[in-house]
Design a protein around this ligand. Sequence first.
Ligand SMILES: NC(=O)c1ccc[n+]([C@@H]2O[C@H](COP(=O)([O-])OP(=O)(O)OC[C@H]3O[C@@H](n4cnc5c(N)ncnc54)[C@H](O)[C@@H]3O)[C@@H](O)[C@H]2O)c1
Length: 334
Amino acid sequence: MSQVLLTGGTGYIGSHTAVELLKQGLDVVIADDLSNSSASVIDRVEMICGKRPAFYEIDITDKKELKRVFDENDISAVIHFAAKKAVGESVRLPLKYYRNNIDGILTVLEVMKEHGCRRFVFSSSATVYGDSPVPFTEGTPLGKLANPYGRTKYMCEEILRDEAAAEPECSFVILRYFNPIGADASALIGEDPRRGSANIMPNLVLTAAGIKEKLSVFGTDYPTPDGSAVRDYIHISDLAEGHLAALRYAEENRGCEVFNLGTGRGSSVLELIESFERVNDLKLNVEYAPRREGDVPEMYAATDKAERVLGWKAKRGIDDMCRSSWLWGREVFK
Ligand SMILES: NC(=O)c1ccc[n+]([C@@H]2O[C@H](COP(=O)([O-])OP(=O)(O)OC[C@H]3O[C@@H](n4cnc5c(N)ncnc54)[C@H](O)[C@@H]3O)[C@@H](O)[C@H]2O)c1
């Protein structure tokens, strides 16, 4: 494998994947417009790995700029992370989401094709399962999608299935992520809680740092053991390792294949809070709020396909996720 292009590679998942790939000796090129990340991530990735990825500050929907990246490098595979991902914003500004996420994947696929690049790994989401029954297997019929963000992921998957049928020499791997949390053990990179997110971990960190007065738990009357929502939290470093396995798979196989990247274990929001408080020896101010529209009671992955076919399995538990999240959070706010 020559070079791997990570679109959106300075973002949360992309930066951890860059670290994993560099540690494994792969040559990494990052293209990101920094709309939801910072260029300092490149320095930090270099501090962790002792190797610096090539970096292009470009909008990947700009075809001319993206072609330049391919012209100046020898890219044999792309991991396409770049996308807008805030569910609430996607409801308010659907066109922004369709434009960025759909235009983004089309531009990347077209430029890849023009340059004879045949391996593509895509960041999809467990959100495409909608309200289907758990555990979600890759064969579970996709459920009702709750928002434009989720629909962009579904549409991108359909584009890839069509393109795979038309291009039998190419390889497309769709990764459906569950709930990535945690941070690299170095505490040099992580999900930036200052960027504002509806996800639980950035809000746990903001509350622990005293920036947010109270942590809201949305829904306490779900049909789950403790009434709070159940999610399949996966350590970001496990998720990053999953990308390496997916790249290896794309090297050796053709067609379009879907894999869940989760742990296969559901943890409730209250369990996550308990773990965070215990491992970090602190107490959070928690308030109980009504359910949020569009949230499903529980989601967790069936992981046997990823284990069997990719030879990948998540290793880290929620205590590890909570510890590393706060180590990183303390760095951010120190
Ligand atoms: N974090 C999650 O919980 C989660 C779950 C499921 C799927 N995903 C998907 O995984 C991918 C990565 O997510 P993340 O959490 O790292 O998000 P992130 O926002 O931290 O990273 C995305 C990166 O893409 C960049 N970007 C966005 N549009 C771009 C464009 N047009 N041109 C160039 N760069 C652009 C942003 O600046 C950012 O650095 C996304 O596709 C997201 O939808 C994330």
